[in-house]
Design a binder for this molecule. Sequence first.
Ligand code: HAM
Length: 436
Amino acid sequence: MQAKRIQGMEDLFGSAMHEWQSMKTLAHNLFSTYGFTEIETPALEQVDTFVHGIGQSSDVVRKEMFRVFSGGLLERVFEQGNETGLKAKQRMALRPEGTAGVVRSVVENTLVYPGSSPVKLWYAQPMFRGERPQKGRLRQFHQIGVEFIGTSDARSDAEVILMALEFFLKLGFKKSDLVLRINSMGDTTCRPAYRDKVRSFVLEHKDEMCADCLERAEINPLRTFDCKNAHCKEVMSEAPLVSDNLCEDCSEHYKQVKSYLDAMQVSYVEDPTLVRGLDYYTRTVFEIECPNAGVGALGGGGRYDGLVELCGGKPTPAVGFALGYERIMLAMNALGIEQHDTDDKLIYLACVDASLEPVVFELAQSLREQSLCVEYDYQGRSLKSQFKQADKLQARTCVVVGPDELERGEVLVRDMQTHEQMCVKLENLGQALLGD
Ligand code: HAM
């Protein structure tokens, strides 16, 4: 039997791995200018971390979590037909998103406490959702995200939005490729009454709505705004809007966020039907789309002022976002955006004669000891093929090891971009290449 990967889970290697690595480097460089440091949390968490965090009524928790039981427990669950009797720590799931785990870690490690400065964290990790695989929708995908925990200052909302947009611009997107949609979802003061209004509206129109919307009306009425059914959409276009139902504080906060975005000349579309799929959001929510890519939102986020407390911490406001690596790559391919980052550090050692292979081997080792990235041919290719290989690998420099030069204690160093070449003494080679 040939082993096969699971549908919707992809191997990451070659150029895809290179692109993922350079996106992480970009995240590190950009987010550190805003004072963010990296965090890595476990891929497995207790189910309750997600249930409390993301919310019992979200599709992610209800339908999409990959549950994990270690050996003996799995048999017990099979035998019993349910997981009653399992301790909280025995009920585990692969993380479907990053925020809940990061908040769990922040609380457990007391990374923020009343009176402390906010903690600013970023992550780049695989996430797992049991979805039906399709373009831009995988079961294992990668997110780059940030969580800014410990302040409700509207500048932090504006800053994370600016960081996300800057990330896209640095990748090569143009401002005109992107649409930023924003909304405020209210808070515990104004949202419950608004949810009830939406529920009543849906129930008043129950004969016109799909079965899913009627279920949503009971569990999470605001999700009815997300229904893809054309008729439900039409009905919902008449539904009460959150913007007309915000309390004074939420309204003021939203106004401030917009004023900071305006001050930075950021264009955005206010979308009062933007509700997001995770239950923890309060106030600001946003999504970034690339309409010409046809892959759905490239990223999204928002404020989640109640989550830290739900995870056992003191009341602590927070805001963040996550961007989907695979969707970003699909969008870049659709728009013909190339990642600029070529492997411009690579040195290729070309061997003129097979008898010199041991010399190439030793030279490669000595250059690598000087932290240079070195590649050479292992297949006895002709010199012409070796040059082609160096081009393919996007090497910056090709060092040609030939018998005549070696006799003089030299090698030929060729710049792969300008094609200029010169002889360099072996004892000076490392220095010459490092100095380039
Ligand atoms: P989310 O909107 O569920 O938010 O996911 C963020 C991004 O991850 C999406 O915009 C999309 O690009 C990508 N994504 C989501 N699901 C899939 C999938 N099945 N296949 C491929 N890509 C996917 C969150 O996860 C929140 N934790 C964001 C956040 C951080 N909010 C506050 N802090």
